[in-house]
Design a protein around this ligand. Structure first.
Ligand code: SF4
Length: 318
């Protein structure tokens, strides 16, 4: 531990000296989350990247997240400490597949999950996160929507927006981490060991598990739900990094992993040593073609606009 603390102190000192901000996703290693200025889910990290005055953003997440930060901040240096930290699900939807779907379904709007590479985002009409996908799709006027890449998130949206037809692109995109949760194992664990726990499930999990859940939501929504719930024990079906964060920060609550080996290997590639090196070298910087940046930014900003409109409408709708 002294070595970890020493590295963390060096990182903080260097980040402050350089005026850099360190952003970390909920699935990052505990020691990485501890050293970050801000820890959260994709949407809140994207917003932080947009709001910050820092010229140097050290992004502890996977490729598409750092790309999103770069897209929103074309004049800043966005650094991904480990370029091999790539999301296998995002790789399942190359831009060529989106273009092919658009040719096949002309005029049908494309909603892409933020878990896509910038090149694919550049082909989308609007981006969504797991936390706002239902609202984004519901707000569109079209009856039919192309949605990708996660098939389970697509199912979740279709469940809550039954009056529209969602067409998944690709046919069966998935996150290998969330595929690890089987309803049989999770429900047996709940029944045998945690009968009083609330079951919190990420919408990238299979539909059968979502149907059995007490609450389905993004990592940020799960965190807030547990914080505000009157209950104290939660069985959490998502990557273990969120469970560790909940146990560290939510005093009086207990989060139990629904599967203790549900680990995103790509997220864990970022280490304190790599963050320190990234700060020292101010690299590797995320670089994207200008036209990709511009078109991807339009799709992400459209999501922010929609969320703002929905937020303004919410009080009068009640
Ligand atoms: S948890 Fe799944 S969706 Fe998230 S970065 Fe890892 S592979 Fe990609």
């Amino acid at each position: 531990m002294p070595y970890v603390r020493e590295l963390q102190a060096r990182i903080r000192e260097l980040a402050e000296r350089k005026g850099a901000i360190i952003l970390a996703h909920n699935y990052q290693r505990t020691e990485v989350q501890e050293v970050a200025d801000f820890v959260g889910e994709s949407l809140s990290l994207a917003k932080k990247a947009l709001e910050t005055d820092a010229e140097l953003i050290i992004f502890c997440g996977v490729d598409f997240m750092a790309e999103t930060a770069a897209v929103l901040n074309p004049d800043k240096r966005v650094v991904l400490p480990e370029p091999a930290s790539t999301c296998p699900m995002a790789a399942q939807l190359p831009a060529s597949l989106v273009r092919e779907a658009k040719r096949r379904y002309p005029g049908v709007p494309v909603v892409l999950y933020v878990n896509t590479l910038a090149e694919a985002k550049a082909e989308a009409d609007v981006i969504c996160t797991s936390g706002n996908a239902v609202e984004v799709v519901r707000s569109l006027e079209a009856d039919t929507v192309l949605f990708g890449p996660d098939r389970n998130l697509c199912w979740h949206v279709q469940r809550h927006v039954p009056d529209k037809k969602l067409i998944p692109i690709p046919e069966a995109g998935y996150c290998y981490v969330h595929k690890l949760f089987t309803p049989e194992d999770v429900l047996r664990l709940k029944e045998e060991r945690y009968p009083d726990a609330e079951l919190l499930v990420h919408p990238e999990c299979d539909p059968e598990l979502q149907l059995a859940a007490d609450f389905v939501g993004s990592t940020g929504q799960m965190y807030r739900h547990a914080r505000e719930s009157a209950l104290s024990t939660f069985l959490v079906a998502t990557e273990v990094g969120l469970v560790e964060r909940m146990n560290r920060e939510l005093v009086g609550k207990r989060a139990v992993p629904a599967k203790s080996d549900a680990i995103c290997a790509e997220m864990k590639l970022i280490t304190l040593e790599k963050i320190l090196r990234a700060l020292e070298k101010e690299g590797p910087v995320v670089r994207l073609p200008r036209h990709v940046m511009e078109r991807a930014r339009e799709a992400v900003e459209r999501m922010f606009e929609l969320m703002e409109v929905l937020r303004r409408e919410a009080p009068s709708a009640r």
